[in-house]
Design a protein around this ligand. Structure first.
Ligand code: AMP
Ligand code: TRP
Length: 326
């Protein structure tokens, strides 16, 4: 039994990559651990947001968390900006960070590419993320592999402060998913599926309707061989589809290869459409059931209260050790 913390940004429709790469693990972890799942809205404003849309997206992600099976009786679910200790500890950690290490973050480099000046919030993103994690004495952080660098800097900040002041924070570990967990764009399997991609057919959102699912899969880029075989290096398109297939069915990669031996991509894709439609339907239905319910708000209010109780204690410990206040 360990303390687990993770967060998802409330930006745009959650897609298969977010689900298979991160959120699905959240559900699996909650039986054995003490889990806290956050909607990180303070992180979202590091890039431009429309206020109305942001508000909607916060509640969308919250409802999706519950729709995929996060159980608020077992886990804490809350919105970051409702617990002010995140911003407070974020500032504190910023004071122990260096511009050199923050400049080396690939996410910062990617998002700032081609700009002469970059918003400071984007630059300090990792210290806020470190605060999210350290604020709850977190031991395990389930995230996609693209977050590895952010976990490393969190550990560095933790150790830097602990070495200076004695045990202030608990050192967290990332829990990354294996190769199969990275879901690639359907139109270009050399890139990862991304919320910000312009081509709608490059991704499948958890709330997309059946027609969109069908269109995106049937048009997905494969290769001209026509052999359903898992080979991420040489056949990234079909391998990506096999990853999605196996995640939504009882079949292993080998069983899928065997089932479609000599059959070709057409039938494989048709079946995958069916598997996906059946897999996503209950999620979509549950989402619509809770999205506008009072239950959702009371789950979030209750979650914020429980989160704040923990955060207050940890922040107090940090302030005391560092000598803040009186
Ligand atoms: P983001 O949408 O970037 O806030 O990502 C939310 C979570 O989903 C993070 O843990 C990411 O690592 C994960 N994630 C995002 N895109 C993908 C993808 N294409 N494949 C696997 N995991 C992903
Ligand atoms: N940076 C993460 C992402 O883009 C989101 C995030 C913010 C997060 N704070 C976190 C993830 C704390 C895990 C723990 O996906």
């Amino acid at each position: 039994m360990g303390r687990v913390f993770s967060g998802v940004q409330p930006t745009g429709n959650i897609h298969l990559g977010n689900y298979l790469g991160a959120i699905k693990q959240f559900v699996d972890l909650q039986d054995e651990n003490d889990c806290i799942y956050c909607i990180v809205d303070l992180h979202a404003i590091t890039v431009e947001q429309d206020p109305k849309e942001l508000r909607e997206h916060i509640l969308d992600v919250a409802a999706l968390y519950l729709a995929v099976g996060i159980d608020p009786k077992k886990s804490i679910v809350f919105v970051q900006s409702k617990v002010p200790q995140h911003a407070e500890l974020g500032w504190l950690l910023t004071c122990y960070s260096y511009t050199g290490e923050l400049s080396r973050m690939t996410q910062f480099k990617d998002k700032g590419k081609g700009r002469e000046s970059v918003p400071t919030g984007l630059f300090m993103y990792p210290t806020l993320m470190a605060a999210d994690i350290l604020l709850y004495d977190t031991e395990i952080v389930p995230v996609g592999i693209d977050q590895k660098q952010h976990i490393e800097i969190t550990r560095d900040l933790c150790n830097r402060i602990n070495n200076k002041y004695g045990e202030v924070f608990v050192e967290p570990d990332g829990r990354f998913l294996k190769e199969g967990a990275k879901i690639m764009a359907l139109d270009d399997p050399t890139k990862k599926m991304s919320k910000s991609a312009a081509n709608e057919l490059s991704k499948i959102g958890l709330l997309d309707d059946d027609a969109k699912i069908k269109k995106a899969i049937m048009k997905a880029t494969t290769d001209s061989e026509g052999i359903v075989k898992y080979d991420m290096d040489n056949k990234p398109g079909i391998s990506n589809l096999i990853n999605i297939y196996t995640a939504f069915s009882d079949l292993s990669v080998e069983e899928i290869e065997k089932k479609y031996d000599g059959v070709g991509y057409g039938q494989f894709k048709k079946d995958l459409v069916e598997v996906l439609i059946n897999g996503l339907k209950p999620i979509r239905e549950k989402f619509h059931e809770i999205r506008n319910s009072d239950e959702l708000i009371s789950v979030l209010d209750d979650g914020a209260k429980r989160a704040e109780a923990i955060a207050t204690e940890v922040l107090k410990r940090a302030y005391n050790k560092i000598g803040l206040g009186y």
